[in-house]
Ligand binder design. Sequence first.
Ligand SMILES: Nc1ncnc2c1ncn2[C@@H]1O[C@H](COP(=O)(O)OP(=O)(O)O)[C@@H](O)[C@H]1O
Ligand SMILES: [Mg+2]
Length: 290
Amino acid sequence: MIEVKNLRKTFPHKDTQNKTAEKVAVENLSLTIGTGEIFGLLGPNGAGKTTTIRMLTMLSRPTSGEIIYDGKRISDLDDVRAIKQMIGVVPQNLNFDQDLTVGENLELHARLYHMDAAERRARISELLEYVELQGVINDGVRQLSGGMKRRLLIARALIHRPEILFLDEPTVALDPQVRWRIWELVRKLANDGATVLITTHYIEEAEELCDRVAIMNKGRLIDVDTPQNFISRLGRYVVEWREDVHREFRFFDSREEARTFIGSLETTASIRKSNLEDIFIELTGRKEGL
Ligand SMILES: Nc1ncnc2c1ncn2[C@@H]1O[C@H](COP(=O)(O)OP(=O)(O)O)[C@@H](O)[C@H]1O
Ligand SMILES: [Mg+2]
C-alpha cells in the first residue's frame, strides 16, 4: 500500500516582474493506493502528474508532506534502499543510451542492481520475451519504433522484479494499435500481481485500464473513484443537442428517461453512453489539454 499525505511541491520561479516567486506544482495531495491496483493519475499537461511520480519514486524531494510504502517512510533513510527495491519507473522521457543496443541497455541497468552475470543473462532474456522484443536484442536502440522503445523502457523498469511499477504517460504519441499493445502489457503486469500507477492525459486510457482514477488539475486532486462510479454518479446516458452555437447536454440514469427527455425537446438530439471525458469536463469545467 502507498499512502500519500498532504504532499506539496513548489519550484522557484520568476514572476512577470522578474521577482523571485514560487510555482506550486502539487498542492495538498492525499491518496491511498492499494496493493495490486491499477491506479491512474489523469489530468491535462501541467496538472502535476510527473512531479507527483518523481516524488513518489524519490527522484524529487517533496517540499512538504509524507509518502509511506507499506509503513516505510521515504524520509527515513533506513528505509530508502528497501523502497527502491520495491519500485520500478518508466519515465515520461526516453532516457536510455541510444548508442547502445537493446541488450546492452538492459545489461547496464541489471548491473546497477548487483545481479551476477548468469542472473543478468537469464533475466534479460526472460524480460525481452515478456515485452516481445526478443528478436532485437542486438539492435541499436535508435533503430526501434516508438512502441518498441516504450516496451524496452518497461522491460528495463522490471529488471529487479519490483512489486510496484510507475508509468508516466506510457502511450503518449503512439498509434492506436501500439497503444493497445502497451495496455495489454500493463494488464498482464497487474494480473501477475504488480501494483501499477499510471499517469495519462488520455481519458479513454484511464477508463480502459484503471481500477481507480485520481483526477488532477493545476496541481490539485479533484476527485478519486472507479471509472464506473464516476460515470454512474453523473448518469449513464447523455442527451446532446445544439442551441445556436453551443453544445448542450444533460445526464440521465436510464435510456428511457433520456428518450422521454428527447421527446420534449424542440430540436433534434442524440443519445449516447456517458464516459470519463464527460466527468472530466463536469469536474474541471474546461476542455483544455484533452
Ligand atoms: N523543474 C521544474 N521547475 C519549475 N517548474 C516546474 C518544474 N517541473 C514542473 N514544473 C511545473 O509544475 C507544473 C506541473 O508540471 P508536471 O508535473 O510536469 O505536470 P504534468 O506531468 O501533469 O504535465 C507545471 O506548471 C510545470 O511547469
Ligand atoms: Mg508529465
